[in-house]
Structure formats: structure tokens, C-alpha cells
Design a protein around this ligand. Structure first.
Ligand SMILES: *Cc1c(COP(=O)(O)O)cnc(C)c1O
Length: 334
């Protein structure tokens, strides 16, 4: 594959850091734990969506768009990163925010990501829970086009074959970093939600024959549906980059045992994971994605499902701004 065939805007300095977590490794007495710092993608406190937006905005610009429309939950990191990137490249952003998490909490509804969306003067519209939000975004896009706007619609999480290129590229970047450091990676662990990160990684790793498995920790759907979504997007992405054979179904592995009561609903294990990383490593996770993913990884290490002799890389997908949407839960000592 040859990614320079696809339009791209550069949004952050690559590579993001790859660091060893000495204290966490010692505490858990399990595998050697490294972290890939994709929380450090610079724009508006960073996160994994900035990588996807390099390609999505690249295509939007190539098509002459001046207005992006996207969607997410109220505390969407994706919407915050899209709203910021739109400003950086001189575009307007309209975002549909779904009341996916049932709550009246002031911080959830007004602080964290949504506060920043407003700071970027993102045009926000709210939607009730349970709608087909990508269809809502397409409808909104069509209405704006009818009003004369040059619109590019970005699906939730930036997860289509274009956005997934960000993680095809990240897989290449990570393996090159590891090779230069002489670091043997046995496994990559990441949160998996709208699937673009997981799917992109699998395509990127497969494309360079890295033979490094990826474990996705789910944050919303049950395992079979999550794996299906990831595999479908991986196949679309593989075809898009001209990788004939695609990704074998059995390479798609998600563990969805750490979702708790539902998407965006905090769990005790998430709080413990956020506290552990903060207190032992000075690293901020988020309550919806990386906190639950880290909670899963910690549990699998304690159960020795992730064996001691491995070297594991946790992909930090960002989102710490979301902590301010969960102040009362995070403050309680539990
Ligand atoms: C969006 C997001 C994810 C999930 O990535 P997907 O590509 O949607 O699966 C993980 N972590 C954070 C912090 C996110 O914002």
C-alpha cells in the first residue's frame, strides 16, 4: 500500500511518543507495559480522532468543502477534535450531539468536551437518544447543501475507510518506532468504539506482515457486533488501500466484558484504572474509552490472561477532557 496516494493535511508532529510504564509494570507484576501516546496529537488536547482527521479533512479539502458536519454523544471527543481542526483549517463545523447517556448532570451536559465545542464556535444541535445518528448527519448535510454550503459529512468517530487510514498509518509508525528501539511487541491493546482505530490498526499491521495481534476492549456493543463492525470496516479499508487479501476474521478480537451498564456510564474499575495511571504514571485517561480499556487490560493482567512474558503496548487514544464531564463520579472515593 502507498498512503501518499490519498489526500492528507498534516495536523500534528509524528511520531507520538512510545514510553515504558515502569511503575505500572512493577505494580501489576505482569507483562512489560508500554504506552503509545496518541493522547499527544496536539490539537485541542489531542486524541485518536486527530489522526483520522488528517485524511478526512484532506479529502474534504480535495472536494472543495468548507463546512464539515459530524455527530457524537454529548461528551464526544471526536466532535471536540473535529470542531478544533475545522477552525485550524478555516472550515465551519456543525455537530449533532446525541443524548446517548441518560443524565441531568450539569458537568456532563455543560463541561468537558461540550464546553470546548462551544469555545470553537461549533454549531451544535441536539438529538434524542437512539436515532440513526449517521443518517441524521447526512440529512443535516443535505439541508446545508440545499442552502448553498459546500459540505463534507464525517461519520461518528470519523470511522470510515478514509478516517481509518489514520490508524493504518499509526500501525506503520508504531512498528517502525519499535524496530528502531529494538522493542519486540507481542500485543497491542486499545479501546474500540466506532471501530476505525481498531480496523485501521489491523489493516496497517497486516499490510506490513507485523504479526502483532490487537486486543480491542469494547466500550458499547456486545462482542459479536463489535467484531463484525471492526471486520467490515477493516475489509473496506483494505480494499481502499489495495490490499487484496484483507484481514482474516479471526484477527479481529474484541473483549466487551468491561462496558459496565452501558456506553458512557462509569464503572468502578474504570475509576480505579484512571486513578492508577494518574497516581503511578502522571498520565490522564478518560472515563468513556481509555479508562475502561485500561480497566480491562489491568483485569486481564491480574487474571494472567495477558501473560508475564509478553510486552504489551497500550494505545492511549486520549479523551482526558471528558473527565470534567464526570466530576462528581471521579471525586467520590468509591
Ligand atoms: C473515539 C475514541 C475511541 C474509540 O476509537 P474508535 O475509532 O471510535 O473505535 C477511544 N478512545 C477515545 C478517547 C476516543 O475518543
Amino acid at each position: 500500500m502507498h498512503l501518499a496516494r490519498f489526500p492528507r493535511v498534516r495536523l500534528f508532529p509524528a511520531p507520538t511518543p512510545l514510553e515504558r510504564l515502569d511503575n505500572l509494570t512493577r505494580t501489576l507484576d505482569g507483562p512489560e507495559i508500554w504506552i503509545k501516546r496518541d493522547d499527544c496529537t496536539v490539537v485541542a488536547t489531542g486524541g485518536n480522532k486527530v489522526r483520522k482527521l488528517e485524511w478526512l479533512i484532506g479529502e474534504a479539502k480535495a472536494q472543495g468543502a468548507t463546512h464539515v458536519v459530524t455527530q457524537g454523544a454529548v461528551q464526544s471527543n471526536h466532535v471536540r477534535q473535529t470542531a478544533a481542526v475545522a477552525r485550524k483549517v478555516g472550515m465551519t463545523c456543525t455537530a449533532l450531539l446525541e443524548h446517548r447517556v441518560e443524565t441531568n448532570d450539569r458537568d456532563y451536559l455543560g463541561s468537558g468536551n461540550v464546553l470546548l465545542d462551544k469555545l470553537f464556535r461549533c454549531h451544535i444541535e441536539y438529538r434524542a437518544a437512539g436515532l440513526d445518528m449517521n443518517a441524521e448527519a447526512e440529512t443535516k448535510g443535505a439541508a446545508l447543501r440545499a442552502a448553498g454550503e459546500q459540505v463534507y459529512v464525517i461519520p461518528g468517530g470519523g470511522s470510515n475507510k478514509v478516517g481509518a487510514l489514520g490508524y493504518v498509518s499509526c500501525a506503520q509508525e508504531l512498528m517502525q518506532q519499535a524496530d528502531e528501539m529494538g522493542l519486540r511487541i507481542d500485543r497491542i491493546v486499545t479501546a474500540t468504539g466506532s471501530a476505525g482505530t481498531h480496523a485501521g490498526l489491523l489493516v496497517g499491521l497486516e499490510g506490513i506482515n507485523a504479526h502483532v495481534p490487537v486486543l480491542g476492549i469494547g466500550v458499547r456493543l456486545p462482542r459479536d457486533r463489535q467484531e463484525e463492525n471492526v471486520h467490515r470496516l477493516a475489509q473496506e479499508t483494505a480494499q481502499y488501500v489495495g490490499m487484496g487479501a484483507g484481514v482474516p476474521r479471526q484477527a479481529v478480537v474484541a473483549n466487551c466484558d468491561y462496558v459496565g451498564a452501558g456506553y458512557g456510564i462509569p464503572t468502578e474499575a474504570m475509576r480505579e484504572a484512571v486513578q492508577m495511571l494518574a497516581q503511578q504514571e502522571g498520565i490522564l485517561l478518560d472515563p468513556v474509552y481509555s479508562g475502561k480499556a485500561m480497566a480491562g487490560m489491568i483485569d486481564l493482567i491480574r487474571k494472567r490472561v495477558l501473560p508475564r512474558n509478553e510486552t504489551v503496548v497500550f494505545l492511549h487514544t486520549g479523551g482526558a477532557v471528558g473527565l470534567f464531564g464526570y466530576t462528581s463520579f471521579m471525586e467520590a472515593t468509591g
